[in-house]
Design a binder for this molecule. Structure first.
Ligand code: ZN
Length: 480
């Protein structure tokens, strides 16, 4: 596979530390609110990447953290604690908030066919790991104590600005205006590894440490959790592009200083979902969640389809009109798959040819729009339906659009709609001969001008919860 690597700004051949095995890490959600569909775009694309790697034959160990402590509202160690903010807003404890929104996040993932990573670790469960790493960083001079907190000293590193094409002044604080600078820092880009002096008196979660009672900074959790479950050599690190700096830069700084060797060669960053006016945010306009899409009548998988049509390194523009177009295309595709008849033997040579082509095309920097096109190509292939269905099922191991399941459901629904009736009078219904007979009897009574009998039958059907509609050349009925 070839992947664009944010660390080198180049597309490179993907190679792993241990042949055949991928140690993969994903920055997980901060569980203080519902996930925005823009954040879920990253998780969808990371899910496709993981499934592609498995499809290509790799054994993948994917690890994800859940941030339930230490993430402040500014990445520069300032601002309010996000978890505390959520707890205050809803008048709940931080633990309750974490549990509620972790469950909500995985509900969304399930609806979007996002597989749960092999390891999911809440940050509060690995405090000993962080203390171990921070202790060594203090001992080796990469970290210092100031004002009660422990800071990483960014000046000790030659290559700190790995993800940035900007200069130091640009990055400066990585910060919005109005955020106060921390006077304990020796250098602008130093960051907190362990807090003991919290501005928030009511910081709920605190632990003992060699530097006093406190809690970890946000960045250290990903290094600690990854090293615990992925080992010292990580192959692939994923996240949204807004995590690149300072979060990922700081992860690299502390991990490599701790380990004394390179940590992770490949960095995969998914770009933003914007609205036509610019970057979406939770504070602006409608708060777009999977539940909102469902309330508006969209299948969450239509959103997955919408994301797959575009490349992960391009900004994707969301509008209801764009989603409508995607939903219509997705339904059309399902209908086409449903029209295939699962008969005949699978032609292995054709199947293998399509699989190989898919592997090559999608393996070019996770080209998901090509993967979607491949499904349409398979529909047009000169082969039998059984082979087409097998090919589409194979592609769906990566796409996860439930193509075969949903097509089968459509086929079943169509089979339930049967036609009966005599002569030129056609009854369309849900396949119940007793009801069909009554609908026909009503028609015959009407034809014989026995309107009282026709009305009696209609009322009887109504009492059974059957609604009959007269249509050209017959009638259709349904249960209401
Ligand atoms: Zn992270």
């Amino acid at each position: 596979m070839y992947l664009y690597n944010s660390a080198t700004h180049k597309k490179e051949e993907f190679k792993t530390h241990t042949p055949g095995r991928v140690e993969m890490y994903t920055c997980g959600p901060t569980v203080y609110h519902f996930a925005h569909i823009g954040n879920l775009r990253s998780y969808i694309m990371e899910d496709v990447l993981e499934k592609y790697l498995r499809f290509a034959g790799y054994d993948v160990n994917r690890v994800m953290n859940i941030t339930d402590v230490g993430h402040l509202s500014s990445d520069a160690d300032t601002g309010e604690d996000k978890m505390l903010k959520g707890a205050k807003r809803e008048n709940k404890t931080v633990m309750d908030i974490a549990k509620f929104y972790t469950d909500a996040f995985f509900d969304d993932c399930r609806k979007l066919n996002i597989k749960t990573p092999d390891v999911v670790q809440p940050a509060t469960g690995c405090i000993d790991e962080y203390i171990k790493i921070i202790s060594r960083l203090v001992d080796t001079g990469y970290a210092y104590l100031a004002g009660g907190n422990v800071y990483f000293d960014s000046s000790k590193l030659a290559r700190y600005y790995i993800f940035n094409d900007h200069d130091e002044d640009d990055l400066a604080v990585g910060v919005r205006e109005g955020v106060e600078e921390d006077s304990n820092k020796r250098n602008k880009n130093d960051f907190v590894l362990w807090f003991t002096k919290s501005k928030f008196e009511d910081q709920a979660l605190k632990w003992d440490s060699p530097w006093g009672v406190g809690y970890p900074g946000w960045h250290i959790e990903c290094s600690g959790i990854s090293m615990k479950y992925n080992g010292e050599y990580l192959d692939l690190h994923c996240g949204g592009v807004d995590n690149a700096f300072p979060h990922h830069t700081n992860e690299i700084a502390q991990s490599e200083s701790y380990l004394g060797h390179p940590w992770c060669p490949y960095w995969f960053h998914v770009h933003h979902l914007n609205d036509p006016a610019g970057k979406m945010s939770k504070s602006k306009g409608e708060f777009l969640t999977v539940s909102l899409l469902e309330e508006k009548g969209y299948d969450p998988l239509a959103y997955r389809w919408f994301c797959l049509q575009s490349h992960y390194r391009k900004t994707l523009v969301f509008s209801w009109e764009n989603l409508d177009n995607a939903a219509a295309a997705y339904t059309k595709l399902l209908n086409r798959v449903a029209a295939l008849k699962p008969e005949g033997d699978v032609d292995r040579a054709v199947f293998d040819g399509y699989r190989e082509k898919f592997l090559q095309q999608v393996g070019n920097d996770l080209n998901t729009s090509m993967a979607v096109t491949a499904v349409f190509d398979a529909l047009k292939a000169k082969t039998n339906d059984a082979t087409k269905l097998a090919v589409i099922g194979e592609f769906d191991k990566v796409l996860s659009l439930s193509l075969l399941e949903k097509a089968a459901a459509l086929r079943e629904k169509a089979a339930q709609t049967v036609q009966s009736g005599g002569g030129d009078y056609v009854i369309t219904g849900e396949g119940d001969p007793d009801i069909d007979a009554k609908v026909l009897a009503r028609y015959e009574a009407k034809k014989a001008k026995n309107f009282a009998e026709a009305d009696r039958i209609r009322d009887e059907l109504k009492a059974q919860g059957i609604e009959v509609t007269d249509v050209k050349g017959g009638a259709s009925w349904k249960r209401v």
